[in-house]
Write a protein that binds this ligand. Structure first.
Ligand SMILES: C[S@@+](CC[C@H](N)C(=O)[O-])C[C@H]1O[C@@H](n2cnc3c(N)ncnc32)[C@H](O)[C@@H]1O
Length: 219
C-alpha cells in the first residue's frame, strides 16, 4: 500500500518516518510512504502555492492548481486510489474509515495550511474530506500522520499480531483490557499499588473473562 503526502512542510515528517514502526513497515516493504513538497508543482519563480481570498478577509488560501497538478502526477495508473483532503469540517476519521482506506492501493493525502484550501479541491479533486477531531490545527500534517499510522497498522504484517487483523475485519477498534507488567507491587505517592490478583492467578479462563469484561469497543 502506498501513501503520498502533499505538504508545504515536508521536513515535518523526517523524524517520524525515520523512527517509528512506520519506518520498519517501509523497510519490510509492507507500505511505501512518499512525502511531496507542493511547491514542486508551483509554476512561477517564487514557487507560490497560496493567494489572498476572493471576497476579502484575512489570511491566505492554498491555490487549487498546484494541488491539481500534484494529484494528477501522483495518481498511479491502474491503481485503486483515494484522495483525501484534511479539513476541520470533514467527516470524522475513525477506525471504520481507516479500515475502508485499506481497500485502496494508494492513498494521496493533501495537507492544508493557512486559512485552508481553495474549495474546488474539496469539490473536484479530493474523494473525501477528513477531520481528525473537532478542533482546528495549524495544518494537515499531524492529521496525515494520524491517518498514515492508523491505516498502516491494519496492513497485514505491519504490527504482526493476528488479533489486529480481526479489528480490521470488524472495522471497529477493540481496545484491549488494561495491561500490567513487572513488578507486581510498586509504591506510588507513598501507597502500595498492585496488579489485579486475577492476572497472577494462573487461571486462564478467569483471566480471559476479566479481559473480556475490561476490554472496550469504540465505534
Ligand atoms: C488553520 S487550518 C484552516 C482552518 C479553516 N479556516 C477552517 O476553519 O476550516 C489549516 C489546515 O489545517 C488542517 N486542519 C486543521 N484542523 C484540522 C482537523 N481537525 N482535522 C483535519 N485537518 C485539520 C486542514 O488541512 C486545514 O486546511
Amino acid at each position: 500500500m502506498r501513501f503520498d503526502i502533499i505538504t508545504i512542510f515536508p521536513g515535518v515528517f523526517n523524524s517520524y518516518l525515520k523512527e517509528s514502526l512506520v519506518k520498519k513497515a517501509s523497510e519490510k516493504k509492507k507500505i511505501e510512504v512518499k512525502i511531496h513538497d507542493l511547491r514542486k508543482w508551483a509554476d512561477d519563480v517564487h514557487k507560490t502555492v497560496d493567494d489572498t481570498p476572493f471576497g476579502g478577509g484575512g489570511g491566505m488560501v492554498m491555490k487549487a492548481e498546484p494541488i491539481h497538478k500534484a494529484v494528477s502526477s501522483l495518481k498511479g495508473k491502474g491503481d485503486k486510489t483515494r484522495v483525501v483532503l484534511f479539513t476541520p469540517r470533514g467527516r470524522r476519521f475513525n477506525q471504520r474509515r481507516a479500515t475502508k482506506l485499506t481497500e485502496y492501493n494508494q492513498v494521496i493525502m493533501i495537507c492544508g495550511r493557512y486559512e485552508g484550501v481553495d474549495e474546488r479541491v474539496a469539490k473536484y479533486i479530493a474523494d473525501e474530506e477528513l477531520s481528525i477531531g473537532s478542533y482546528v490545527l495549524m495544518g494537515g500534517e499531524l492529521p496525515a500522520m494520524v491517518v498514515l499510522e492508523t491505516v498502516s497498522r491494519l496492513v497485514p504484517g505491519v504490527v504482526g499480531k493476528e488479533s489486529f487483523l480481526q479489528e480490521r475485519k470488524r472495522g471497529e477498534c477493540f481496545l484491549e483490557c488494561p495491561q500490567y507488567t513487572r513488578p507486581e507491587n510498586i509504591t506510588i505517592n507513598g501507597k502500595k499499588r498492585s496488579v489485579p490478583s486475577v492476572l497472577l492467578s494462573g487461571d486462564h479462563r478467569k483471566i480471559a473473562e476479566w479481559r473480556d469484561k475490561k476490554g472496550k469497543i469504540i465505534k
